[in-house]
Design a protein around this ligand. Structure first.
Ligand code: TMP
Length: 256
C-alpha cells in the first residue's frame, strides 16, 4: 500500500489523509477494546464487517436527509469521508436499559425506558469518557446550545429510523452512541454525523430470544462476536459480498 499520512489512530479505526483536500480515508481495524482499552483483542474480520454495516447505515441515513461525513466505500476496510472537526461529545441514546445506565440508576437490564433518553459523555480517554450535562458542554465551549439542539434532533431522528430498520430484520435497537463533526464551507458551518454506526457502538438484541448481537459479546466474554456481527449483516442483506461461503456461484461463460 502506498505511504499515506496517518492523521489519527483510535482504538478501532485509523484516519489517513484522503485523495482530495477536505477528505479522509477511514480504515476499520480488527482490534476490539472495552473498558477504555483495559480489555483488548484482535477479532479477525471485525473491521470488514463494521465497514460494511456502517457504510450501509450511513447510506440509508444520507438517503433520508441526515447529513453525514460518508462519501463512498473504497474497499473492504476503508471508506472515503469528509474531514470534519469532531465535537468532543459522545451522544448516547437509550431505548431499553442496558450497560452503564443499569448501574447508575439501579435498573434491571432489559427494562424498557419510559421514553428514549439521550445522554452526553465527554470524549476523553484519559478521563474514561465521563458522563456530562449540557451545562458542561456549553460552559467548557465544546458545543453551542444550537449545536446541542441540532445533535439531539439528529440523534432522535437516527434513533427512530434505525429502530424501524432493525426491527424489520428482527433486531431490537437497545442503545447506541454517535459522534458529530463540524464542516466548514466558506463562512458557513454545518454539523454532520461522523465516526461509525456498527455493532461496536450499538446494542442489538434478537427480537425473539434477546440474544446479544453486538460488542457486549466481547465485553462480557460471551464469545461468537464475529458470528453475531455476521448475523447482523446477513439480516440487513449485505453479507454476501464479503462472505466467501455465500457468494453466488461462478457464471458459465459460453465461448461460441
Ligand atoms: P454504556 O451503556 O456503556 O454507557 O454504552 C452505551 C452505548 O454506547 C452502547 O451502545 C455502547 C456505546 N459505547 C461506545 O460506542 N463507546 C464507548 O466508549 C462506550 C462506553 C459505549
Amino acid at each position: 500500500m502506498s505511504r499515506r499520512r496517518r492523521v489519527y489512530e483510535g482504538k478501532a479505526k485509523i484516519l489517513y489523509e484522503g485523495p482530495e483536500p477536505g477528505t479522509l480515508i477511514q480504515h476499520f481495524k480488527d482490534d476490539a477494546t472495552a473498558f477504555n482499552a483495559q480489555k483488548k483483542d484482535t477479532i479477525d474480520g471485525k473491521g470488514v464487517l463494521n465497514n460494511r454495516i456502517s457504510e450501509y447505515i450511513f447510506t440509508r441515513l444520507n438517503e433520508i436527509g441526515i447529513p453525514t461525513h460518508f462519501i463512498r466505500s473504497l474497499n473492504m476496510r476503508e471508506q472515503l469521508v469528509r474531514e470534519v472537526e469532531i465535537i468532543p461529545v459522545e451522544v448516547v441514546v437509550r431505548n431499553i436499559a442496558a450497560g452503564s445506565i443499569c448501574k447508575r440508576m439501579g435498573l434491571e437490564e432489559g427494562t424498557p425506558l419510559p421514553r428514549s433518553i439521550i445522554e452526553f459523555f465527554y470524549k476523553k480517554d484519559e478521563l474514561n469518557d465521563p458522563m456530562i450535562s449540557e451545562e458542561h458542554i456549553t460552559a467548557f465551549g465544546w458545543a453551542t446550545p444550537q449545536e446541542i439542539d441540532d445533535m439531539m434532533a439528529l440523534t432522535l431522528r437516527i434513533n427512530d429510523y434505525l429502530t424501524g430498520l432493525f426491527y424489520g430484520v428482527g433486531i431490537k435497537l437497545v442503545d447506541f452512541k454517535v459522534e458529530f463533526g463540524r464542516l466548514f464551507e466558506g463562512d458557513q458551518m454545518r454539523i454532520l454525523l461522523a465516526d461509525e454506526i456498527s455493532p461496536d457502538n450499538c446494542r442489538l438484541w434478537d427480537v425473539e430470544t434477546n440474544k446479544k448481537l453486538d460488542k457486549d459479546r466481547f465485553r462480557q466474554d460471551l464469545g461468537g462476536m464475529v458470528d453475531a456481527y455476521q448475523e447482523v449483516a446477513r439480516r440487513l442483506g449485505i453479507l454476501f459480498e464479503n462472505d466467501p461461503d455465500n457468494r453466488p456461484g461462478p457464471t458459465l461463460v459460453k465461448s461460441d
